[in-house]
Design a protein around this ligand. Structure first.
Ligand code: PMV
Length: 360
């Protein structure tokens, strides 16, 4: 598909008013997207686990305006409060998608959104948030055309979400999602995320993700700034090649359930992401001392127990612990006894691999 396929030919009728509601999950990248071109086109392909408990729930009430407005007309309630400060982000999103959702200036939208994970936990809500909002808009569009193929519905929702926040395109479907053109991955595209198209071993279908909240404040580098630092970065080309190779390598790892190799790829990806930020100009260290303390402890535990616990990181200090469901008992004990001490206020979130967004 190409971008123009997402421009609707015409709407058969325009509904006066209505309400839609969707919940969309967060996701955690195994091969990281870091670096982009214009229009949220990724510099390299990535793959992620869709999460289950960390979600955004968004409802949109839409009311037809008497005539098409010059500006976008909407209000935004986040966790019960009217948040004018969040509006510019939505405004930018609407500008980017207007070409594909031409009814945006014909309606007033009351957007009501909340997260299931604690506010300002340092967990990015842009992926789940943009995915949930995109699904609501698609649901409205679906009511304006006579027929819409479900496959097209989800592809376009992912396409729109990508324009809001790149990684959001991986938050529509479960349980393993690939985004970005890759010669060896059938159906892969820069435009939207696709369910991973090759066999995935059972062990990954119930994988656990416990998120240790090391630092709950705002991230010191926004992902927009971070992605831009990859332009002219001395190691960027090699990094993009490495991501490409890691995706290739994962194909047999996913199929065979080779956990030792899985761990090697995933931890290397996380550390490379941070290495990119340490070696850009300006440079940043986004880990905190407790991030490193946790990594040391994980390596110690793995050596001693032979369990398959590993970590990954976003562009921040929090640590995602990834492990198979059948090792949950031992890992949970280890978390409680050894790792909670490194979390801010002892806080952590238990999640697992999930199966994608749902209409409510
Ligand atoms: O979607 P963005 O622009 O917030 O970028 C997300 C980047 C990482 O979370 C660090 C990696 C990824 O692939 O999700």
């Amino acid at each position: 598909m190409i971008e123009n396929d997402f421009i609707p030919a015409s709407y058969k009728f325009e509904k006066e008013e209505g309400r839609v509601q969707w919940k969309a999950p967060s996701n955690i990248a195994l091969v990281k997207y870091w670096g982009k071109k214009q229009n949220q086109i990724p510099a390299n392909a990535s793959v992620s686990f869709t999460l289950d408990n960390c979600r955004t729930i968004t409802s949109v009430v839409y009311t037809k305006l008497d005539k098409e407005n010059k500006e976008f007309s909407f209000d935004l309630i986040f966790e019960g409060k009217n948040r004018k400060d969040f509006k510019p982000k939505i405004e930018t999103f609407f500008e980017r998608i207007e070409r594909y959702i031409p009814f945006l200036k014909n309606y007033h939208f009351s957007i009501n959104t909340s997260n299931t994970f604690p506010h300002s936990s340092g967990i990015a809500s842009s992926a789940s948030g943009m995915a949930a909002l995109s699904l609501c808009l698609m649901d409205i569009e679906r009511q304006m055309v006579s027929e819409m193929d479900p496959d097209f519905f989800f592809k376009k929702a992912s396409f729109l979400a990508r324009l809001g926040s790149g990684s959001a395109c991986r938050s529509i479907k479960g349980n393993l999602v690939q985004w970005g053109e890759h010669n060896d991955i059938m159906g892969s595209t820069n435009l939207y995320g696709i369910p991973y198209p090759y066999p995935v071993n059972e062990v990954f279908k119930s994988y656990q993700d416990t998120i240790l909240l090391v630092h709950k404040g705002q991230k010191s580098v926004s992902s927009t700034v971070g992605h831009n630092l990859m332009h002219g970065h001395p190691f960027s080309e090699k990094r993009f090649e490495q991501a490409h190779d890691n995706l290739k390598r994962l194909r047999s790892i996913f199929a065979e359930g080779n956990l030792d190799e899985f761990i090697e790829v995933v931890e290397s990806e996380a550390l490379t992401l941070h290495a990119m930020m340490m070696t850009s100009i300006p440079y940043f260290i986004l880990m905190k001392p407790n991030t490193l303390n946790i990594i040391e402890k994980i390596w110690e535990f793995r050596r001693a127990s032979k369990k398959h616990l590993c970590f990954t990181l976003d562009a921040g200090a929090n640590v995602h612990l990834l492990y198979p469901n059948n090792e949950k008992k031992e890992v949970k004990k280890f978390i409680k006894e050894e790792l909670v001490a490194y979390c801010e206020n002892g806080q952590y979130i238990c999640d697992q691999i999930g199966f994608g967004a749902k209409k409510m």
